[in-house]
Write a protein that binds this ligand. Structure first.
Ligand SMILES: Cc1cc2nc3c(=O)[nH]c(=O)nc-3n(C[C@H](O)[C@H](O)[C@H](O)COP(=O)(O)OP(=O)(O)OC[C@H]3O[C@@H](n4cnc5c(N)ncnc54)[C@H](O)[C@@H]3O)c2cc1C
Length: 485
């Protein structure tokens, strides 16, 4: 990836390459923090805590991956509990206002992100989804591609299935889906410590308004996004960060209401010189400056930046600093957009995301991984549990191996979502919402099979796992071999 500096001293602009679809400004942290004062230690006394619940599969984290995991595990017959620290499901795809669901069709227009994802889109109300009609997925028609390029759904001249959605509808539907399948749903519970016995995770201690309690489980799925549980249980992980790469940036997204996105798009697409001038002025006036994306409605604009680098998603002071900086940026953007952006004259601050936008904190070091070196292969891994579209038409679809969900040594736990085992290039797409649904569904089914058979997740019969995933509608290329098994 090439990186060049632009007007603002702390700004880097990532330049499009085969590995990046979007150009984006990335802003360095405001200032280095002084080292934390040493206030000494407090000795926490050991104490007996109640076992709140016993379950077959415990999923911790109700984001895209955790919701898919819980729904899939219950569908596969397991007794499932889903623990979420906030008051809704969907994680960043709802509470984080990441309401642009990235590509689910490949460059030929074939839908490869299926299963749980397909069920969601079949059931979301029509007015909660904005995206191209199915007949146009994969279209290279110049006029269609130009239209959808302005609406998050065409890249490299190809129309893709990458719609925007209404986050409240997705919250509700996610909740319906897990409750319908009999999942025990626990909101307002923050998983704090894995219970590890004999090298295997046997449950989780969580905090709530009731204090500290335990949930005992046969298998735990870590869907926290940040690897909270596998890290604390001692599993190996990567947390590499790269300055000026979008990969680890954080920010709190927001929505402006009262806008006219059609006028904005006409300005942006029709007046490139004025638009470039507007962006330069915005950077000069605000420092951190971001352009809007469309949402599921033309009167609501989505801002998923400015992206901020140099902060850690595992440091409470850094998380606070990013929130404060993002909230300030929202106010500055409102003033600048109202004064200068066609379509934004009546804009108002509709909502800043209840969940901070963390793209990367830790990634599991798994038995296997999704690797950049394998992108050109195009062949299914023997333990394929899902297929992802490639970053550009230059590569074939990419196989996701079961081994990417399995810790190298730790038993009793599976990982899914944005902290699965992959290298940093592959993380660019493996962290996207559709891929999180895929790895979540696979982790849920694998956990159900492990709990049902009384075996460790690494000992699950892979052919049976693949068959069950196919029965749940997941697209696998090893279909014929699996069917013959
Ligand atoms: C600003 C930004 C823009 C993005 N843009 C896009 C995009 O355009 N398209 C796209 O598809 N993807 C995009 N992504 C990526 C995508 O949103 C995330 O990677 C994806 O949501 C990750 O899903 P997840 O289930 O792994 O984790 P999350 O969505 O982070 O969900 C984790 C859930 O676990 C809960 N949790 C965490 N820790 C605990 C705990 N200890 N106990 C209990 N609960 C816990 C959280 O509250 C949360 O609900 C973007 C991400 C960001 C930050």
């Amino acid at each position: 990836m090439t990186v060049r500096s632009t007007v603002h001293p702390t700004v880097h602009t990532t330049v499009r390459s085969d590995e990046r679809i979007l150009q984006s400004d990335i802003f360095g942290r405001e200032q280095q923090r002084a080292p934390r004062a040493d206030h000494g230690w407090h000795e926490e006394a050991a104490r007996r805590i109640p076992v709140y619940h016993r379950t077959g599969v415990l999923v911790v984290g109700g984001g895209p991956s955790g919701t898919a995991a819980a729904a899939a595990a219950a569908q596969a017959g397991a007794d499932v509990t889903l623990l979420e620290r906030y008051n809704h499901l969907g994680g960043l795809s709802t509470g984080g206002l990441v309401i642009w669901i990235d590509r689910m069709s490949d460059w030929q227009g074939q839908l490869v992100i299926r299963g749980f994802a397909e069920e969601l889109f079949d059931r979301l109300p029509a007015d909660a989804v904005a995206g191209p009609p199915r007949a146009d997925w994969g279209s290279r028609d110049a006029a269609k591609a130009a239209h959808w390029a302005q609406r998050t759904a065409a890249y490299h001249g190809v129309v893709t299935w990458s719609p925007t959605i209404d986050p409240e509808r997705l919250k509700l539907l996610s909740q319906d889906l897990v409750l319908e399948r009999g999942v025990k749903l626990v909101y307002h519970g923050w998983g704090t410590e894995p219970i590890v016995e004999g090298g295997a995770v046997k449950g989780v201690i969580f905090e709530s308004k009731e204090g500290r309690m335990a949930i005992r489980a046969e298998v735990v799925v870590d869907a926290t996004g940040d690897g909270d549980l596998f890290a604390r249980a001692g599993a190996a992980f990567d947390n590499d960060i790269e300055a000026a790469d979008v990969h680890h940036c954080m920010n709190t997204a927001w929505l402006f209401g009262g806008v006219d996105m059609r006028r904005w798009i006409a300005f942006r697409a029709g007046e490139p010189e004025r638009y470039a001038q507007f962006m330069e002025q915005g950077r000069a006036a605000c420092g951190l400056f971001e352009r809007p994306f469309v949402s599921w409605r033309d009167d609501i604009a989505l801002f998923m930046g400015p992206r901020q680098t140099g902060y850690s998603a595992l440091d409470v002071d850094d998380l606070t600093a990013v929130e404060v900086r993002s909230h300030h940026a929202m106010r500055q953007h409102l003033e600048h957009y109202r004064a200068h952006a066609p379509g934004f004259e009546q804009a108002f601050m509709m909502l800043s995301a209840p969940q901070i936008g963390v793209r990367h904190a830790r990634r599991l070091k798994g038995v296997d991984a999704v690797l950049r070196s394998r992108w050109p292969e195009g062949t299914p891994r023997p333990d394929e549990i899902g297929v992802t579209p490639a970053v550009s038409p230059a590569f074939p679809n990419i196989s996701i191996p079961y081994g990417a969900l399995l810790p190298q040594a730790l038993d009793g736990l599976l990982a899914c979502g944005r902290h699965i085992s992959c290298d940093k290039n592959s993380h660019g797409f493996m962290r996207e919402i559709p891929q999180c649904w895929i790895t979540g569904q696979a982790a849920g089914v694998a956990a159900a099979l492990a709990a049902g058979a009384g075996v460790a997740p690494r000992a699950v019969d892979v052919a049976r796992l693949q068959r069950t995933l196919q029965q749940q509608g997941v697209y696998l290329r090893s279909a014929e071999t699996v069917a013959a098994a």
